[in-house]
Design a protein around this ligand. Structure first.
Ligand code: RB5
Length: 147
């Protein structure tokens, strides 16, 4: 199950992405927002992030104006590796090397075509493991106060 959420800056792009997910039979849970009314991004980011750390969802997509606020907030949740990407090289390598579990998109930065390309790449690229596992284990050590 894919978790998805946005603030007002990302709602128009999210609605287009939801249509693409439905067209491609990709199951999702939408954590809002669903209007253009101004809303803070952190409460949405934390809902999507916790749906992943609880095991309810496998991966997530967060959309705001730049993708940055969402990533900063989501990365405060232990176990989350949220990456802002605006090209497919970044989306591919954040899966291969960082095992990112949330993709953050900037609706004021990219259009629908690039967003779909990033989401497709993010969902279809597998973590390489090996030396990269050791590296993300060190991120967990920071979270646990062990580094
Ligand atoms: C909202 O205006 C904007 O600040 C937000 O969508 C996001 O870009 C923050 O990082």
């Amino acid at each position: 199950m894919l978790a998805i959420g946005c603030d007002h800056g990302g709602v128009a792009l999210k609605n287009q992405v939801l249509q693409w997910l439905r067209d491609n039979n990709i199951e999702y849970k939408d954590f809002g927002t669903n209007t253009e009314e101004s809303i803070n991004y952190a409460p949405i980011a934390v809902k999507v992030a916790r749906s992943i750390t609880s095991g309810e969802c496998d991966r997530g997509i967060l959309i705001c104006g730049t993708g940055i606020g969402m990533s900063l907030a989501a990365n405060k949740v232990k176990g989350i590796r949220a990456a802002v990407c605006s090209n497919s090289f970044e989306a591919r390598y954040t899966r291969l090397h960082n095992d990112a579990n949330i993709l953050c998109l900037g609706a004021r930065v990219i259009g629908l075509g690039v967003a779909i390309d990033l989401i497709y790449t993010f969902l279809n690229t597998h973590f390489e493991g090996g030396r990269h596992q050791e590296r993300i284990d060190e991120i967990a050590k920071i979270e646990n106060g062990e580094m």
